[in-house]
Design a protein around this ligand. Structure first.
Ligand SMILES: [Zn+2]
Length: 303
């Protein structure tokens, strides 16, 4: 994702934080400063957000490491102000595997909540949810409730939450994938509608979540439709047979001109018949950047 910084790497998976996250930190700092004008409150608030997002990273790693066991790689994990996103290379084909991957995230939160509860109970410091405040209050208690809420929220049976995937996987064990997705998406949109209506009377924030859930369901149904449309069709039927080729001896500017004048995004390079390479707009662009950088470095040396 653009505008993201890499902050860590776990099991070969890069963990990135999106620039908008800084805005969230600033907002949290500001809202903690206002009530009492105390820098201690600001530090507490920022520390809490960092702890919160560490929990989110652990949740996403739960998905990613479970997927890894089934041979599915994760491109990266990015932290956005709304939460974390683990970009898996694909969804496991086997419904039982998708079920395990989807459940692994919330399972991390259940485990963390249980550990925190045990720690708090040992010191008789358990705070009821109604006594938890945004500013101040017991740090570990707040973290425990965060884990409980994350587990419950993510298990809502609606896309794009984990619960939506759990529901789809359970259905897909008994029926085909497309039908399972359509039913799960329908249930998700029903929940979104309910949230939206409830939000109008209770909390406008719910309307925002409802919108997010509604779009997630529609997107998931669309993707399943495409997957099923492509299922069982040989590549020969979707490939284009109208393309032009190059030979290694031809000039690169010709390749560029051809790429720019046609709808093809890549050109095969043939040496007297066999394929020896591919020219794409992206790698031509990269080559140009490297050339420009080398020029920039060479020029001062000439004087
Ligand atoms: Zn999750």
């Amino acid at each position: 994702m653009k505008w993201s910084w890499k902050i860590a790497q776990v099991a070969g998976i890069g963990i990135y934080v999106h620039a908008t996250f800084v805005i969230l930190l600033a907002w949290v700092g500001f809202s903690h400063y206002l009530p009492r004008h105390s820098w201690q409150d600001v530090a507490d608030g920022v520390l809490f957000i960092i702890a919160l997002f560490t929990i989110v990273v652990l949740h996403e790693l739960g998905h990613a490491l479970t997927a890894k066991r089934f041979g599915v790689r994760t491109r990266d994990i990015t932290l956005l102000p709304i939460g974390g996103v683990a970009r898996l290379e694909r969804i496991p084909d086997e419904p039982r595997q998708e079920l395990a991957v989807a459940l692994a995230g919330p399972a991390v939160n259940v485990l963390l909540a249980a550990i925190l509860f045990a720690m708090l109970a040992a010191g008789e410091r358990v705070t009821a949810l109604t006594d938890v405040t945004l500013v101040g209050g017991d740090f570990l208690s707040k973290l425990m409730w965060v884990n409980v809420s994350l587990a419950l929220f993510n298990l809502l049976p609606a896309f794009p939450m984990d619960g939506g995937r759990v529901l789809r996987a359970l259905l897909a064990i008994r029926m085909n994938y497309l039908r399972a997705t359509q039913i799960a998406a329908g249930i998700g949109q029903g929940i979104a509608l309910l949230f939206g209506l409830l939000g109008l009377f209770v909390n406008p924030f719910l309307v925002f979540i409802a919108l997010f859930v509604w779009m997630g369901a529609a997107q998931e149904a669309g993707m399943a439709q495409m997957r099923s449309a492509f299922g069982g069709i040989p590549v020969g039927q979707v490939m284009t047979t109208e393309f032009r080729t190059l030979s290694p001896g031809e000039m690169a500017e010709l390749a560029l001109a051809r790429l720019q004048s046609s709808t093809c995004r890549s050109l095969p390079v043939l040496r007297n018949g066999p394929l020896v390479g591919i020219v794409t707009l992206e790698n031509a662009g990269e080559f140009m950047m490297i050339q420009a950088a080398m020029h920039a470095r060479l020029l001062p040396g000439k004087t």
